[in-house]
Design a protein around this ligand. Structure first.
Ligand code: MF3
Ligand code: CO
Length: 263
């Protein structure tokens, strides 16, 4: 499958969708504290998406015969991605929570995620979050015109494994645009110089998922939640990036919300 190249109008619309996705995500961060439920975060996310004039691309998203039942994905501790928010899931001091926001606006989709600590976390978990964030930065830096997708994959994997953590293999980053998942797949493991050539005008969701323990995962019986097989904590950081002749540009940058817009 050929990788879609966005034209000027497509890029402008991607900018808008991505700015909204990032603004929603940013506004959820201050709500994360002990005692809050993942359903509280879901409702805040749902409301921010509506307030910013977008739709959740997750709500009703079809996978096989199932439809995703929430507007956000909220994954706690050993949950890697696609955690379903619940009023029964109360965040505790020392937890980590991954927030993944995908919005659709004017026919285009913005996708981003990050993991935040709840209260005070252990030094090992602090390191997991910092390294996953850094792995994302290193991956983004490889999204250069003329490079290959495998250059992104290899940069992420080498850095993560050199630091003693593992990269999830069952889930991958992806192109994003008019659909949530477009070609190419962007694994967080692989070899330099392999995969599709990167050209200007691609919009790529780069998203390392890093486990404190082993890389293996499994899916819970709800059909969505991916957890680490060994129960170790997992972190996830994601940006949507535009490739340009001048280098990668991160599109999922939050905008200040004016007092008026948030009233
Ligand atoms: N960022 C996630 C992904 O790219 C969002 C999935 S939405 C869901 O897979 F509906 F599948 F949960
Ligand atoms: Co994604």
């Amino acid at each position: 499958m050929t990788i879609p190249i966005k034209d000027k109008i497509g890029i402008a619309k991607m900018r808008e969708a991505c700015a909204i996705a990032a603004t929603v995500l940013e506004n959820l961060k201050p709500l994360v504290r002990p005692g809050v439920t993942t359903q509280d975060l879901e409702e805040a996310g749902r409301d921010w998406i509506a307030r910013l004039g977008a739709r959740s691309a997750c709500y009703g998203y079809q996978h096989g015969s199932r439809r995703y039942p929430a507007h956000t994905c909220i994954s706690v501790n050993d949950e890697v991605v696609h955690g379903i928010p619940s009023f029964k899931r109360v965040l505790r001091d020392g937890d980590i929570v991954s927030l993944d926001i995908v919005v659709s606006h004017d026919g285009y989709i913005g996708d981003n995620a990050f993991t935040v600590p709840v209260g005070t976390v252990s030094p090992a978990i602090e390191k997991l979050l910092r390294l996953t964030r850094e792995a994302l930065d290193l991956g983004v830096k490889q999204a250069l015109v003329g490079n290959r997708i495998g250059d992104i994959s290899a940069a992420v994997q080498q850095f993560v494994e050199a630091n003693g953590f593992s990269v999830v293999r069952d889930m991958v980053g992806h192109g994003v645009g008019v659909a949530m998942h477009e070609p190419p797949e962007i694994p967080n493991f692989g070899r330099k110089g392999t995969g599709d050539k990167i050209r200007a005008g691609m919009t790529l969701a780069i998203e390392p998922m890093v486990n404190l323990g082993a890389y293996k995962t499994k899916t819970l019986s709800d059909g969505w939640t991916i957890v680490t097989a060994d129960g170790s904590p997992s972190a996830h950081f994601e940006h949507t990036v535009l490739t340009t002749e001048r280098g990668p540009e991160i599109l999922t940058i939050p905008r200040p919300v004016s007092a008026q817009a948030s009233a």
